[in-house]
Design a protein around this ligand. Structure first.
Ligand SMILES: [Zn+2]
Length: 377
């Protein structure tokens, strides 16, 4: 079955539209996705793999840990095990077929909604951080490279305004070699709420936002004393957001050339089998969302050196299976083994180190902050 044949039509979703709270609203892609999620969880016609993972997810555990006064949500979530253990981009062996993957060969019962002239399919994400999590996958197998997809990202965020759109770069937490975004309900993750609070002038621990650019139609901030370096940009103009994304990736690429000689971190720019070429983009996790009520776009960029903290490489019982991708960057730290969960629950210093190990260095950040001042629009 071709990916395009996995599309759920409005007539297949009729019964599920009726179950929605907003059933009298005009049918748009936000509503189609809601109905699709209900369809996929339906015991008769749905996706058995997702239904099973929802059961596992409901047995998960969570705890709040304060890291230098900043709350982080630590979770034990076995549905994320394949993503947590994946080394699609790190493992440069040739046994991965980069042309076919789980996003090409969809699972039995897995269906979705085609968007953007059938260029992408929106699927339920079986690795559930929060119920309703989605994967927005390119219909054809393309490399996990953001260049060429910036406009799609901004347009998808505008169109799917119930959602936050996420992107994990190669070697920054992406677990599939097939081009994809992720998405989830807006402002549900603790880090997203913290970013909104910081933008509103509230304090989170000792963290605060430093203004880098402030014009009437674009504001750019760099957070100080936060879990890790982060750049937050706000604008009411989709074109400025698009230009900024391109500008940011260009400046990040420039400083990424300094990523070399760190233990357990791939030197930047080397050949990556899953990309079938040399690494060409800075390592980054991105959040983008659109608020129609205020006509505002907000994006957060987390510049990275790697997604694997040093504790991942420890031997035997000292190893902690952890990866810092977008969900972790947004304060939702996912473990898949009870012992890792218990250890991290009582070791905020290890969490602090994990963020530090994976982010760009202070020197790199200062250089990046300086070059970001040059954004003109
Ligand atoms: Zn694929």
């Amino acid at each position: 079955m071709m990916i395009k044949d996995r599309h759920l039509t409005d007539s297949e979703l009729t019964d599920f539209f009726m179950k929605l709270e907003h059933k009298n609203s005009k049918i748009d892609n936000n509503l189609r996705i809601e109905a699709m999620l209900l369809q996929q969880m339906d015991p008769t016609v749905g996706w058995p793999g997702l239904i099973n993972n929802m059961k596992i997810f409901s047995k998960g555990q969570s705890a709040e840990v304060k890291v230098n006064g900043i709350p982080v949500k630590l979770v034990l979530n076995k549905t994320r095990t394949p993503s947590l253990k994946s080394n699609t981009f790190e493992n440069n062996v040739n046994n991965i077929n980069p042309e076919r993957c789980l996003l090409c060969e969809l699972d039995k019962g897995q269906r979705g909604i085609l968007i953007k002239d059938k260029k992408y399919i929106v699927l339920a994400n079986p690795g559930i951080t929060l119920p309703g999590d989605l994967t927005i996958s390119s219909v054809k197998h393309e490399k996990q490279i953001l260049t060429g997809h910036f406009q799609d990202m901004v347009e998808i965020a505008t169109n799917l305004f119930h959602l936050s759109i996420y992107f994990n770069g190669a070697l920054a937490g992406a677990s599939s070699p097939h081009f994809h975004f992720q998405a989830g309900y807006k402002d549900k993750l603790i880090g997203e709420q913290q970013i909104q609070a910081l933008l509103a002038g509230k304090s989170i621990g000792n963290a605060y936002l430093n203004n880098i650019i402030s014009t009437h139609n674009c504001k750019l901030f760099s957070a100080e004393n936060y879990l890790q370096p982060i750049h937050v940009v706000t604008t009411k103009n989709s074109n400025i957001m698009l230009q900024f994304c391109r500008f940011y990736m260009d400046k990040l690429l420039h400083i990424s050339k300094n990523i070399k000689g760190y233990s357990n971190i791939h030197n930047f720019g080397e050949y990556i089998n899953s990309l079938k070429g040399k690494e060409s983009e800075g390592r980054v996790n991105i959040l983008l969302k659109y608020y129609p009520e205020s006509d505002e776009y907000i994006a957060a960029f987390f510049p990275k050196r790697t997604n694997r903290p040093q504790c991942y490489f420890k031997k035997g019982k000292n190893q902690i299976i952890l990866g810092i991708a977008i969900k972790e960057s947004l304060g939702n730290l996912i473990t898949c083994r009870k012992k890792d969960f218990e250890l991290l629950k009582n070791s905020s210093d290890l969490i602090e180190e994990a963020y530090k190990d994976t982010s760009i260095t202070r020197t790199m950040l200062l250089e990046l902050n300086k070059s970001l001042k040059d954004f003109s629009h």
